[in-house]
Design a protein around this ligand. Sequence first.
Ligand SMILES: [Zn+2]
Length: 334
Amino acid sequence: MESYNSITIESALRLDAIVKYLGVGKHWGGQDSEKEIVQACLEKVSGLFIGLEPTGEALVARTAKHYQVNFEEVRQDEDITSLEQKYLVGKKELGFARLREEIHSPNVDALLFQRINANPDDPDRWVAVLNLTITEDRAYWNRYHELSHRLAEPPQKILPFRRETTDNRDVVEKLIDTIAGEVAFHPRIFSPYIENLKTAPATFEAISAVRNAYSPSASLLAVTNAIVQRMERPALAFVASMKAKRNGPQHQKDLRIEPQCRNVLAQASDLFLIPNMRVPRSSCAYHTFLTGCPMTSLENTGDWTTSSGKAISQHRVTVSSIKLGDRIYGIMTI
Ligand SMILES: [Zn+2]
């Protein structure tokens, strides 16, 4: 993550406040600070582990309780009406007057309200409203994202109202996402689930089993990314869907790649995919797309080319693929 260059003054002040609050320095120092901040947040959460069922779901519930964050979920308009009744009418929290309009505005994932009329020990001093009207996919992630704001930022600096959107690329939000990614799959409880997976080529059968056991409400992509990052072999994840070539005729569609995460070992091995490149017809990911059946096969990345014929570096890889809706999820492991 960048140092102060290209960061707004407001973000720089927030980063400094996080560094000071967590006791890891006086000023934001880029990547080094990020590592220390993540570590400090993991340690804070470790203090809550006594008697905890070792799952992501149990951890999020306990952390929310400890940090006085109450999660509310909106799936339909009636849910907004009942939240207005509960907080606007019942608890005189005027901020909730904007709830309906906010939920209906584009790209809103979640809204955070710091209650004005709360007592210091109220369990709902912070209310995080998750927008599940379109998809529930990001709910697990958003819970950890909101809690990571509470873990990392001094309470008095947290904005009394915040809108979380899917398109926010602010440097603080990226940092909070990084923290969320680590805390949601906290090594102390998550590591045992993936002990046998780390050294074998990844398959969706194994990943789905981990997801069901550790965090059934997390999206498959979130669990896949978490596992890829922690594997002891070069690995990357991707999503593919039918898309036209960039700037090409819109009716000519192909199964095209959207790269997701890749681990440091993949970076060191020069294993990568290029955005929008095609899934070759010989790949099991293509067969999964046609048949809907999950598959795993040994492949050569030399077969994976871009429209201009550019190939990626040659590796013998295990590809595993699964279809969800009209999207293919894939993993490549060397
Ligand atoms: Zn946020």
